[in-house]
Design a protein around this ligand. Sequence first.
Ligand code: FAD
Length: 444
Amino acid sequence: KKIIIVGGVAGGASAATRLRRLDENAQIVMFEKGEYISFANCGLPYYIGGTINEREKLIVQTVEAMSSKFNLDIRNLSEVVNIDKENKKVSVKNHKTGETYEESYDVLVLSPGANPIKPPIKGINECDNLFTLRNIPDTDKIKSYVEENKPKHAVVIGGGFIGLEMAENLHDLGIKLTLVEAGDQVMAPLDIEMVSIIHEHLIDKNVELILKDGVKSFSSNGKKVILSSGKQIETDMIILSIGVKPETTIAKEAGLKLNERGAIVVNDHMKTSDDSIYALGDAIEVMDFVNKKPTMIPLAWPANRQGRLVADNICGKDVAYKGTLGSSVAKVFDYTVATTGNNEKILKRLGIDYEVVHIHPGSHAGYYPGAFPISIKMTFDPNSGKIFGAQGVGIDGVEKRIDVLATAIKGGLNVFDLQDVETCYAPPYNSAKDPVNMLGYYAS
Ligand code: FAD
């Protein structure tokens, strides 16, 4: 069997290694249009900020090491430019030589990811100080711009995970920050009262936080950012992080079924509208695990899980993807923000009947030094007790509670069951009643 994989980072590399573990004899060819495969996308902001101080640490696998360890045919700087699904062939452009050639497949796996959105805002193409962040070359550009130009001020546009991580990392380098967000809050997966703690924290850290205002134009080659309100910000550099768009041009041109936002539509076995083509990761539409509606959730856990699952299915294992919860966590300066499942905004929009419980327990026993309060919000069905989602904000112990709740949701536990979740306890780590138990007591 000959399997071609498009994309050699999170989902593609997971699929490739799992395929090899399941099938000694398959011919596995992995194409990556960039130079690097299997790099640590999620670590990029921390390399820019200096927390990760060696560039090599970002490169989880090299072409040579991964090819020989797993007996894979990995071709970097090789872009798949066309899919001929009738004849089961792809065209590949070799960016080293400029030549284009064809390669046949029995099964094709698409894990091309998503690109940062760069809208045609007036003046954007004249900004030589404006950056988006997706890969190692983007990281190198930002890092060398900072080193050569020593910017004193930066504007981060977009208050999502990457925007906030970049704000913190640039701040660590002594750069003064303005964060511009068009919505009324940063961190859209959280509800506003939870995220207001983060708004205050950003202001405490001297970040100028501008909400409900979008960018209208750039002028003076990016030295000035002009907002819809008329406010003008003088700056030395700009990070644009307003979300991502599935990189699905070749899938579209091949006639694969896409949703209205350009994501590839797959079934629960990750198969596209073509029987020989699978797709996964940031490029696809997934089913929301809680409300069962189609959605798009570009995160590393789904990409890795789906990569493995695609390989299982190609090798005849018949594994269905259960849907995505969107469990995520981010460090925002001194705080941790974590979330899983559906927040109140989503439930309201879908007209789902819900109830909410808020608690503010300590991260561990109050009499043991170093405990901090955690704010946790849980949404649930008042009738069945089904847990819809949870969000947490605090200094310590946040993500461990959200992880337990994510496990509870996927395992089908309801709010009453939370009373019986038996967590480990000693004063430096917890209270004898875990916050997860407290949620169960309050909700029951
Ligand atoms: P990718 O990992 O992006 O891989 C796709 C690859 O396909 C790319 O390298 C691309 O060059 C290649 N490609 C595309 N088209 C072609 C083609 N035609 N031919 C050949 N190659 C092609 N997620 C989290 O859960 N937690 C985090 O903390 C987190 N932090 C992040 C920080 C940053 C800065 C970024 C950019 C992302 C972060 N993510 C995080 C998101 C996470 O990295 C993605 O969800 C994940 O990498 C998606 O995997 P993927 O395989 O779909 O796409």
